[in-house]
Unconditional design. Structure first.
Length: 83
C-alpha cells in the first residue's frame, strides 16, 4: 500500500475529490507527480486540479490505478484491477 494517492478536485475545495480519478503514487514522489499532472492538465477541466491525499486501508480499496516511476522524472499509469 502506498502512503499517498492523487485525485482530481475542484480548486479551493480540495477536501472533496473524484473517487474515479484516484491513483496511487510512489512514496515520496507524490508532489512531483501532482506537479506534472497539473502542468500537463491530464484529464482535468477548467477549475480542477490534481491534489495529494493520505492513503489508508479504507481508501486503498477504492484505488484502481497506480503510477510507477520509469525514468528519473518519468511516470507511467497502470490499471491495477477492474471494479
Amino acid at each position: 500500500m502506498q502512503d499517498n494517492f492523487v485525485a482530481i478536485a475542484v480548486k479551493g475545495k480540495e477536501f472533496l475529490y473524484k473517487r474515479s480519478s484516484m491513483i496511487a503514487v510512489p512514496n515520496g514522489r507524490a508532489n512531483d507527480v501532482v506537479d506534472i499532472l497539473n502542468k500537463r492538465k491530464y484529464l482535468i477541466k477548467e477549475g480542477e486540479i490534481w491534489h495529494v491525499y493520505e492513503n489508508d486501508s479504507y481508501t486503498n480499496m477504492n484505488i484502481g490505478k497506480e503510477i510507477t516511476q520509469v525514468r528519473k522524472n518519468g511516470f507511467k499509469i497502470h490499471t491495477n484491477y477492474i471494479f
